[in-house]
Design a protein around this ligand. Structure first.
Ligand SMILES: [Zn+2]
Length: 397
C-alpha cells in the first residue's frame, strides 16, 4: 500500500521548494502546502514512534496499522527494525558518533534522559545530489602533516602532542584529539581567528568548508575537526556506511539515509546541544583510513536481478537496494523481505503488483510499504522513463 512520509522541519534543512524532501513529498501528496522560507530537513518512512508514516488511503499511522497484525505485516517482529529517510541539508549537522549495542545499553542504563534507548544506530547514506560529509579520521600521516602545517594548530595542541601521532599511532591521535576537545574557549577562538585570516582567499575545498562552518557555527570546536576527519565529496549514487564509533557529520546536499531504530547520538561539535566529551573520546576508533576507502560499494543482488544493487552493511537491522532500470527494460521483478520492506521512487513511472496486494500506479515521490505477506516476488510493469527506486528492508540476504 502507499504511505505518506513524516516531514521534519529542523533548522538545518534546505528551504521551501529547494528541498528534496519537498520535491518528493509534494508529488506524493497533492494537499501538501509548501512555505517558502521554512526548512524541510527530513522525510521519515517507517513506524518510528517520533514520526510514523501514514497510510495514504486512510490517514492511519503506519505504527498502529502494523501493530494490529505484526505476524502477517512484518513477519512477527515487534516493529520495523529500520527507518528510511530523505535528508536535505543546507547547514551542517553535528559531528557525532554512535555507540555500539553494548555501549548503548550501558549509556542508557546510566543516563536514560540523554540516551533514550538501548539500541545501536549504524547508518548508511546514499547521495541523491552532490553531497559533502565528514567521515572517520584521516590516515595518521595526513593528520600529522595537516596539523604541522598550521602554526595556529601547533600552538593550540602543542608540538609534543602532535608528534605523538607519528610515534604512537592511534594512542597518539587520541591524546591529540582529546587535547582539542578539552581546550578552553579562548584558545579555540584564537586558533580559529588565525586560521580564518589565513583561509580568507584560499580556494581549496578545506578552506571553503572551514569558512562555511565558521559562518554557520562561529567559533565552534567542530570546525577544527576538519583537520582530523576525512572530507568526502560524494556524487549522486555514492554511499558511506557509518558503523559504531566512527566520527562523522553530514555537511551539505541531499541523501537517502537508512538506519537502525535508535536516537543514540554522542555529539562532538557543530551543535548547540550537549557534548558528552568524555564518552565521546573513550568511544571513538582512532585507527584512521583513506577517504577513498570510506565509499561503501553495492553489489548486484544476483543473476536474476541484474539491475538491483544491494548495499549490505555488516549488521542485521537493515539493507538497502537501489533498483535502476535501463530504458529498454519493460518489466522487472522486485524482491520483498519476509519481514516487509519500504520502497521510495526517485524517478520514472511504473505499475507495481504482487500476490496479496492491489496493483499500484507509482511515480517519482511514491512511497510504498510492502507487507511481509506480499511477495516474495513483486512485479514492476509498464515501466516508463528512467526508473530508479530505493528499497529498505531487514538484512536477511
Ligand atoms: Zn550519525
Amino acid at each position: 500500500m502507499e504511505i505518506l512520509g513524516d516531514i521534519k522541519n529542523y533548522d538545518w534543512g534546505k528551504l521551501g521548494e529547494s528541498s528534496e524532501v519537498v520535491k518528493l513529498a509534494k508529488l506524493n501528496d497533492s494537499s501538501f502546502v509548501v512555505e517558502n522560507n521554512k526548512p524541510y530537513s527530513e522525510l521519515w518512512m517507517g513506524d518510528h514512534v517520533s514520526g510514523p508514516s501514514k497510510v495514504k488511503s486512510t490517514g492511519e499511522s503506519l505504527a498502529s496499522f502494523i501493530q494490529k497484525d505484526c505476524e502477517s505485516i512484518i513477519g512477527g517482529q515487534p516493529k520495523l527494525p529500520f527507518l528510511l529517510k530523505v535528508l536535505s541539508i543546507r547547514k551542517a549537522l553535528s559531528i557525532q558518533v554512535h555507540p555500539n549495542k553494548e555501549e548503548a545499553e550501558r549509556l542508557h542504563r546510566l543516563y536514560p534522559d540523554v540516551y533514550k534507548d538501548p539500541n545501536h544506530k549504524p547508518e548508511i547514506a546514499i547521495a541523491l545530489t552532490p553531497f559533502l560529509a565528514l567521515c572517520d579520521f584521516r590516515p595518521h600521516a595526513e593528520i600529522y602533516a595537516q596539523l604541522k602545517s598550521h602554526n595556529e594548530l601547533v600552538e593550540l595542541l602543542g608540538i609534543s602532542n602532535i608528534d605523538l601521532i607519528k610515534t604512537n599511532g592511534a594512542e597518539g591521535l587520541k591524546t591529540c584529539y582529546s587535547k582539542l576537545m578539552k581546550s578552553d574557549d579562548a584558545s579555540i577562538r584564537k586558533c580559529i581567528d588565525g586560521l580564518a585570516e589565513k583561509f580568507k582567499n584560499d580556494d581549496s575545498k578545506l578552506a571553503e568548508v572551514f569558512r562555511t562552518i565558521q559562518a554557520d557555527f562561529p567559533y565552534d570546536v567542530g570546525s577544527l575537526s576538519l583537520f582530523f576527519l576525512n572530507l568526502i565529496e560524494m556524487k549522486p549514487g555514492d554511499s558511506i556506511y557509518l558503523a559504531a564509533k566512527i566520527p562523522h557529520a553530514y555537511l551539505f546536499g541531499d541523501c537517502i539515509e537508512c538506519m537502525s531504530c535508535s536516537d543514540n547520538v554522542v555529539r562532538a561539535g557543530l551543535t548547540p546541544k550537549f557534548k558528552d566529551v568524555e564518552n565521546l573520546l573513550s568511544m571513538l576508533i582512532y585507527d584512521g583510513s583513506k577517504a577513498d576507502d570510506k565509499l561503501f560499494k553495492p553489489t548486484v543482488l544476483d543473476a536474476s536481478h541484474p539491475h538491483t544493487y544491494l548495499f549490505k552493511p555488516p549488521i542485521d537491522d537493515f539493507a538497502v537496494c537501489k533498483i535502476e532500470l535501463p530504458s529498454d527494460v519493460n518489466d522487472y521483478e522486485v524482491v520483498n523481505s519476509k519481514f516487509g520492506s519500504i520502497v521510495l521512487v526517485i524517478s520514472g513511472n511504473a505499475k507495481l503488483s504482487g500476490s496479496g496486494m492491489e496493483t499500484l500506479e507509482i511515480h517519482r515521490g511514491s512511497v510504498i510499504f510492502l507487507a511481509s505477506k506480499v511477495g516474495p516476488k513483486v512485479s514492476l510493469t509498464d515501466i516508463e522513463d528512467d526508473f530508479i527506486c530505493y528499497q529498505a528492508m531487514f538484512n536477511n540476504f
